[in-house]
Design a protein around this ligand. Structure first.
Ligand code: SAM
Length: 235
């Protein structure tokens, strides 16, 4: 067996503080903005020269949160309701022989902050603290394949879920001037129904909570409707 060692070139700062709320692929929630923080020796201006001429980047990263949880040849894609097994290499599952992920994200801007270099991104599907191994520009002529066939995940997941906000939640979002995307982010996260498949079968009202940025969001699910009951700021 060959063993290779890689350096972490930077780390992701993400609104997603737990796996629960994260969409299954990038680009599904454009409001999900994050930062890739490059630290020395990768925080030099030469290393990113020319990068802002690309709208999108591929990020190669480590599924650090689940890296020590092992893997198996067959996995149950949530997309198939969690009951059908597919080979791990026929899926984008996080539990893989090498816990490496690949996401295409939008590059919003690049700037320097003290001795770090920040790549501001949107449409991310990455947990806060995700270690990044490499960045490559997205090349439409080679990477966009309109005739490609997407197997059991041929199109973006469809959802009938609707979302409403309590007065407290609306007021809370409206006063977060540094997070103008907060209402949109919460709405899209809930619309894609982050609950595990087996919980979706339940018919009685369920209560849930999640953390986005440093906000605690509480909501109830009744049938196909989410109602955001309360948002508070974490200490
Ligand atoms: N786009 C990537 C890919 O195809 O390799 C990720 C796909 S994977 C199905 C997406 C899920 O990875 C998210 O829903 C989230 O739960 C999980 N995830 C994101 N960042 C992670 C991390 N650093 N460690 C473990 N799991 C992570």
């Amino acid at each position: 067996m060959s063993v290779y060692q890689f350096d972490v070139i930077g780390t992701i700062e993400s609104p997603y503080k737990q796996k629960f709320a994260i969409p299954r692929q990038p680009g599904l929630i454009p409001e999900a903005r994050g930062k890739l923080v490059l630290t020395p020796p990768y925080a030099n201006d030469e290393i990113v020269r020319g990068i802002t001429s690309f709208s999108h980047l591929w990020l190669v990263f480590v599924f650090h949160e689940t890296a020590d949880k092992g893997w198996s040849s067959l996995v149950r894609p949530p997309r198939l309701g969690g009951n059908t097994r597919k080979g791990v290499f026929a899926t984008r599952a996080t539990f893989r022989p090498n816990p490496i992920g690949l996401s295409v994200v939008k590059l919003e801007r690049v700037y320097r902050q003290n001795d770090t270099l920040i790549l501001e991104l949107s449409g991310i599907d990455l947990l806060d603290g995700t270690p990044i191994l490499d960045i490559k520009p997205y090349l439409p002529y080679a990477d966009a394949l309109p005739d490609a066939v997407g197997g059991f995940a041929d199109s973006a997941p469809e959802t009938q879920m609707t979302v409403s906000f309590s007065e407290q939640a609306i007021t809370f979002c409206n006063t977060q001037l540094n997070y103008p995307e907060l209402t949109g982010l919460i709405t899209k996260v809930l619309k894609q129904d982050p609950r595990p498949s087996y919980k979706k079968q339940r018919h009685t009202e369920q209560r849930y909570g999640m953390t986005l940025y440093h906000f605690n969001i509480k909501w109830t699910v009744n049938g196909e409707h989410n109602h955001v009951t309360e948002i508070t700021q974490l200490p």
